[in-house]
Design a binder for this molecule. Structure first.
Ligand SMILES: CC(C)(COP(=O)(O)OP(=O)(O)OC[C@H]1O[C@@H](n2cnc3c(N)ncnc32)[C@H](O)[C@@H]1OP(=O)(O)O)[C@@H](O)C(=O)NCCC(=O)NCCS
Length: 186
């Protein structure tokens, strides 16, 4: 199966809304909460919602962490993984001036594939397609984090040249559990 990563537009929004209604959510640390929040925002102003997904200047509202705390948004953008239908989302955020990230940001890239499209190579291909866009921001590498038992996500990273660099303890706002940090040189 071959996928594209597309800049979200109103044309694809109904497919995205359908995935949110089916229980998928873009933030895998807060699946239901992130889906409910987004459905509410889409109902209120669909155009503003779609526009907010492309935010290279980090002008959007603060980001809510799993413990409910809110932190300043970094520059970033979301892309939708698309095979003719909605497959999932992948996002990239960065800090201007280098590849360093604040400690509360769990990696430059996050992704989530809808359950009914998993295991078909969507995330592996989407990450491969996103990396040139990361390089274009001038970063020398990107970091990603996974839970120690998230083997599918680890395979997505290693298939794209990623290496595990450390085991660390997530910030208290994420529950303080163990996680793995990965790096892909660009
Ligand atoms: C992690 C995730 C994005 C992977 O998406 P995907 O499109 O299914 O991934 P791929 O099809 O590209 O598969 C990647 C590898 O994982 C394997 N895999 C996928 N689903 C699997 C499963 N349920 N059990 C075991 N292996 C699985 C694939 O076989 C593939 O392995 P290979 O490279 O040896 O062939 C998806 O499972 C997901 O959205 N999970 C919930 C959110 C999440 O965990 N996001 C990442 C946070 S770090």
């Amino acid at each position: 199966m071959s996928v594209r990563v597309i800049k979200p537009t109103l044309n694809e929004l109904p497919a995205y809304v359908d995935a949110l209604h089916r229980g998928w959510g873009p933030d895998n640390t807060r699946v239901k909460a992130s889906a409910d929040e987004q459905l509410e925002r889409i109902k209120r102003d669909p155009i503003a919602f779609v526009n907010s997904l492309d935010d290279p200047d980090g002008k959007g509202p603060p980001v809510t962490l799993p413990d409910g705390s809110r932190v300043q948004r970094l520059p970033g953008f979301n892309r939708w993984i698309w095979d003719g239908a909605f497959c999932g989302s992948i996002n990239f955020r960065w800090q201007s001036g280098g590849a360093e990230l604040p400690p509360h940001v769990l990696g430059h890239i996050g992704y989530s594939v809808v359950p009914w499209k998993q295991g078909r190579g969507c995330a592996t291909q989407a990450l491969k397609l996103l990396l040139p866009e990361c390089r274009a921001q001038g970063l020398a590498y990107v970091e990603l984090t996974t839970d120690p038992d998230n083997i599918p996500s680890q395979k997505v990273i290693t298939s794209n040249g990623g290496k595990m660099i450390e085991r660390f303890t997530k910030a208290a706002a994420y529950g303080g559990k163990e996680a793995l940090r990965w790096r892909i040189d660009l």
